[in-house]
Ligand binder design. Structure first.
Ligand SMILES: [Zn+2]
Length: 367
């Protein structure tokens, strides 16, 4: 498993300190040594903020999350590399650009997670418990000691509270990930028209309905707050190009969300070409038709050699587990075949949805 670089001066210096004059501090934040974050070399603020750039004029807020899974550092690297360039355009910016690290402890360890998947714990009950911990109430005391991920959740809730409090327009969220298998460059969003504008601006395959197969994702929770959320999978964990793809997706999102006029974001046009070149051979829109859930007890392993979007047929052998062979129950294309130890999804099956989007499930707009 890849190990992120340890604190070089250049990386640390690119980190926005939350106490910078034009950037709002987070309530309850304590400065000082970051513990787990120190090894990843991305600053000292325990908030995990890579940067909060407040534009001169009111406008939408774009929240970018990198490294929600600790073995997926490409998003953090991209956000860290570009934050100064975003800040330099603050005078022309409408709204806010916020970049935050996901699972700091796991990023430091280079693991998907430490105790529990930080992208599967955002259920109403666990968020409530996290909120009680944040506020130091009864739920925060007396029970079992919180896991590292439950503490990460409390930290992120603090950032999300600042977003809710300080936003000056609609909130868009871009959650940056990578996959263990090859060829995994795609976006995914809830099937809502208000969400599609930003998701479709990123010229990679758009996979609809993936979130409906998953419980407790961060975006599930943020969807519930009425934010327009998009996941961008930027390729394989160890692929250098994954960082460039993540940067491309963020610049495109900055322009698409309306933080800056397109003319002020030449990186978006460059990013558009880069992503399009990688995805030109793939369908524009796909729909999720199957998820193969796994637990550690299953001992599931994907057979070697599969890649994302590879065509498969019903009955094709995809992996093995302790009961024997695991075949696909559907025709379609394989998505996110698992090639790492930790994970709850063996693989997904998606199907081409044509170039025209199907009618939305409902028409709730982001706010
Ligand atoms: Zn991930």
């Amino acid at each position: 498993m890849e190990r992120p670089p340890t604190g070089s001066g250049t990386e640390a210096s690119a980190i926005e300190r939350p106490s910078a004059p034009h950037e709002p501090p987070l309530s309850g934040e304590r400065g000082g040594r970051a513990g787990a974050a120190s090894g990843f070399g991305v600053g000292e603020a325990r908030s995990g903020l890579i940067g909060w750039v407040a534009g001169r004029r009111p406008g939408p807020l774009l929240l970018c999350v990198g490294g929600l899974h600790g073995n997926e550092p490409a998003g953090v690297r991209a956000l860290t590399a570009m934050i100064d360039d975003v800040r330099a355009r603050r005078g022309r910016m409408a709204g806010d650009f916020v970049a935050v690290m996901g699972n700091m402890a796991a990023l430091d360890a280079g693991r998907r997670f430490m105790a529990t998947d930080l992208n599967r714990i955002w259920t109403p009950e666990r968020v409530l418990r996290g909120r009680q911990r944040l506020e130091g109430g009864a739920g925060g005391r007396g029970g079992p000691a919180p896991t590292l991920e439950e503490l990460e959740m409390v930290r992120l809730l603090r950032v999300l509270d600042a977003v809710a409090l300080r936003r000056r327009g609609p909130v868009h969220v871009l959650d940056l990930h990578t996959t263990s298998g090859r060829g995994g460059t795609f976006a995914s969003t809830a099937d809502l028209p208000g969400y599609r504008r930003l998701a479709l601006a990123i010229p990679v395959p758009l996979v609809l309905g993936l979130g409906e197969h998953l419980n407790g994702t961060l975006l599930d929770y943020l969807d519930g707050l009425g934010y327009a959320t998009t996941v961008c999978e930027c390729g394989q964990h160890r692929e250098p190009r994954a960082v460039a793809r993540a940067e491309a997706a963020v610049w495109i999102a900055i322009a698409a969300a309306g933080l800056l006029p397109a003319a002020r974001v030449p990186e978006a046009a460059h990013g558009h070409r880069l992503l399009k070149a990688d995805s030109a051979h793939l369908p524009r829109v796909l729909r999720t038709v199957h998820r193969h859930p796994i637990t550690p007890r299953d001992g599931y392993r994907t057979l070697p050699g599969f890649r994302n979007f590879q065509r498969i047929q019903r009955g094709d052998l995809i992996g093995i587990d302790r009961r024997g062979e695991v075949a696909s129950p559907r025709d379609g294309r394989l998505l996110m075949p698992l090639y790492q130890r930790l994970g709850e999804d063996g693989f997904f099956v998606v199907r081409d949805s044509g170039t025209v989007l199907p009618p939305p499930a409902n028409d709730r707009a982001p706010h």
